[in-house]
Design a protein around this ligand. Structure first.
Ligand code: WTA
Length: 643
């Protein structure tokens, strides 16, 4: 990379190779974003072209109106590379957790047959266009096959992270009213078998789920309920290996993915077929510069949006080869991830700052074993990356030669909206970069005035937004309006992040302004955790905040007010057993502080912001508006004694 005034620019050879290397695209896109996206959309295969590019009836909007499309046709029969060309090409490499087990390698042709077989089986189970199908699977090829089979027949998939608890599954299944759930007997996690089927059985109790498809993954013993539960193999084996793609309207739902919002209950983000396909295809192509001989590895689990877009749809739409891994990147040895990069000649590596910080801790001598010379692009996502980690990733893994794309986006946006492009840059440590061509971003003050460079404010997206942005919160229009379109106006999408830009217009994301916390890149909300904790009979009140953590970015800590005294150790145990049941291991509370009183406003609102500042060392601010300012002093003393 060429360094000029603290900015990095790609070398000529990278520039030349890149799909996007002409700054003219930014100008063209800015001139008329709708026309620009329409031009991009034309590269995909549509059964019928759209009549109108964009329609805005705030807070609702539509893209490619009247267009007819199926995302799987764009992956298979009508792939941009041509089906003849890709049918024998590797689509998917699956690396199992165990080192003894063989990987699975599926060509586009094989994957297509499997998708069709399952699609036909789902049709026989009564699944029709628009029906929701729950997918509760680990990182195994069947999770990709399941999503694509749903998309093939027009069913709406709703994937639930396999490490989520049965309670979390239940909440989502109740909301979507899915008739069918696809799960597995179990999966491997750090050498142990997790009995997923048992969790699934509990999670669907009392819901609408009538049929369960079970993948035989771990071979653990599971109960199969007659006429409700079916083994995947039995259902699909004899099915026809072709299934007609359902002709979908551009605005028909493709999937619902739940995410934590500002309140206790997760929100179902609605993503639609046409716009999402366009965004996944083009962000994959330009940001990761996907080429025919690439091996793309995005480490995110499929249960999160990064998994949906970059461990499934984007590489497939681009006809690339991608890798999915069942296990943890540091198991059974800390450099497992590096070994995988080496084993498969990974060219594009996309991971979260938490993982980067974990890798950074490894000894130099351990990493010396690896040349990383197959890598061409490095990516980061999910949480702000600090300058030290950025430079470590760039220098130690990228050897100072590779573009490092720090990509900002959200479950709601469906695809990346801010990042510098690899063929153009510029890259600056800890800055995500420029808005993707065709995306209008602004930074506003409290009154909605656009702020100049250097000033921090609310990050917003302006019309025409982007084709992949969510169209609604499933069955909850009020929440959609309130969360995204009320802070400024019905025409301004509020991201809940704060940011600022530098003189070159590069954006730096500072963090969330709502109650969302990012724990190892996973999105959680303090409200959801508090609901779970206060369900414990002996807990009168609780406040959860994110405490800065060197590796995970943030970890949740809880302040609790007890009804009857109990030891801290016992309370923590109780709290965490409740959290495990309510969400899962990713949300475990790191520390529990028993306090007498929580700081509150006069109207009774708990001031989490103040509690958070006790950990960040920021000034506490004016406490006089609190109903009980003295509570802060008490907690402060308590913390001093316990830390
Ligand atoms: C944060 C993940 C800084 C941000 C794709 C956003 C980031 C939230 C970055 C969405 C980044 C995501 N730099 N912060 N590159 N990417 N975030 O829905 O706060 O899990 O609002 O989507 O993660 O999290 P979500």
């Amino acid at each position: 990379m060429i360094k000029k005034k603290n900015l990095y620019y790609p070398l000529d050879e990278i520039k030349k190779r890149a799909w996007a290397n002409n700054p003219q695209i930014y100008r063209e896109a800015a001139k008329n974003p709708v026309k620009f996206w329409e031009k991009l959309a034309k590269e995909l295969f549509w059964f019928k072209s759209w009549k109108k590019g964009f329609l805005h009836k705030a807070p609702y909007f539509k893209w490619f109106l009247g267009g007819k499309i199926n995302i799987t046709s764009n992956i298979f029969e009508k792939n941009i590379l041509g089906f003849e060309k890709i049918k024998n090409k590797v689509a998917l490499i699956w690396e199992p957790e165990s080192l003894e087990e063989k990987p699975t390698i599926l060509t586009y042709g094989n994957l297509f047959r499997k998708v069709n077989k399952l699609a036909n089986a789902l049709l026989k189970l009564g699944v029709r266009k628009g029906d929701r199908v729950g997918i509760y699977l680990p990182m195994i090829p069947e999770v990709i096959i399941s999503m694509l089979a749903c998309a093939r027949i027009g069913a709406v998939h709703s994937v639930v992270f396999s490490a989520f608890s049965s309670q979390a599954l239940k909440v989502r299944m109740e909301d979507t009213k899915a008739k069918v759930l696809i799960t597995s007997d179990g999966y491997y996690r750090k050498g142990k078998i997790i009995n997923l089927k048992q969790k699934a059985d509990q999670g669907i109790k009392g819901t609408n789920v009538k049929k369960v498809v079970v993948v035989n993954r771990a071979g653990n013993k599971v109960g199969m309920k007659k006429r409700r539960d079916f083994w995947w193999k039995d259902l699909t084996e004899k099915e026809n290996d072709w299934s007609r793609p359902k002709v979908m309207d551009s605005e028909d739902l493709l999937f619902i993915l739940y995410t934590s919002g500002s309140t206790g209950r997760p929100k179902g983000c609605e993503h639609v077929t046409g716009g999402y396909a366009v965004q996944a295809y083009w962000t994959g192509k330009w940001i990761f510069d996907l080429k025919e001989d690439d091996v793309f590895w995005s480490t995110a689990d499929i249960g999160w949006v990064t998994g949906h877009t970059y461990s499934c749809y984007a590489p497939l739409l681009n006809g690339a080869t991608f890798l999915i891994f069942e296990g943890a990147p540091n198991w059974p040895f800390p450099d497992r991830w590096a070994k995988i990069i080496e084993k498969y000649g990974v060219t594009t590596f996309y991971t979260a700052p938490t993982a980067i910080r974990m890798f950074e801790k490894l000894s130099k001598s351990l990493l010396k074993k690896y040349s990383f010379n197959t890598l061409q692009i490095l990516g980061s996502v999910g949480e702000p990356i600090d300058e030290t980690s950025w430079l470590w990733y760039f220098n130690e893994i990228g050897k100072g030669k590779l573009p490092l794309v720090d990509t900002w986006w959200q479950t709601e946006t469906g695809g990346v909206l801010i990042t510098s492009l690899p063929g153009m840059g510029p890259f600056k440590p800890a800055f995500t970069g420029l808005p993707f061509p065709g995306v209008k971003i602004d930074i506003l003050d409290e009154k909605g005035k656009s702020l100049p460079a250097g000033k921090q404010g609310a990050l917003v997206i302006l019309p025409p937004f982007s084709p992949g942005l969510l169209r609604g919160v499933y069955k909850n229009p009020k929440k959609y309006l309130k969360t995204y379109w009320t802070e400024y106006s019905k025409k301004v999408y509020f991201t809940s992040d704060t940011a600022y830009k530098n003189k070159q217009g590069l954006l730096r994301i500072v963090g969330r302004v709502d109650d969302v916390i990012k724990v190892a890149g996973h999105r959680l909300t303090t409200g959801e955790l508090e609901n779970i904790i206060t369900a414990i009979p002996n807990i009168a009140e609780s406040a959860v905040v994110g405490k800065p953590d060197k590796i995970k970015g943030e970890v949740p800590v809880a302040f609790v007010v007890l009804k009857k005294p109990k030891s801290q150790k016992k309370v923590k145990k109780e709290v965490n057993s409740q959290v495990l049941q309510g969400i899962g291991p990713i949300a475990l509370i790191k520390e529990v502080f028993i306090v007498r009183d929580l700081p509150k406003t006069r109207s009774g609102k708990i001031m989490r912001r103040i509690l958070k500042r006790l950990f960040t060392g920021e000034a506490l601010g004016d406490l006089s508006t609190l109903a009980n300012p003295e509570s802060v002093e008490v907690i402060k003393k308590q913390l001093k004694n316990s830390l």
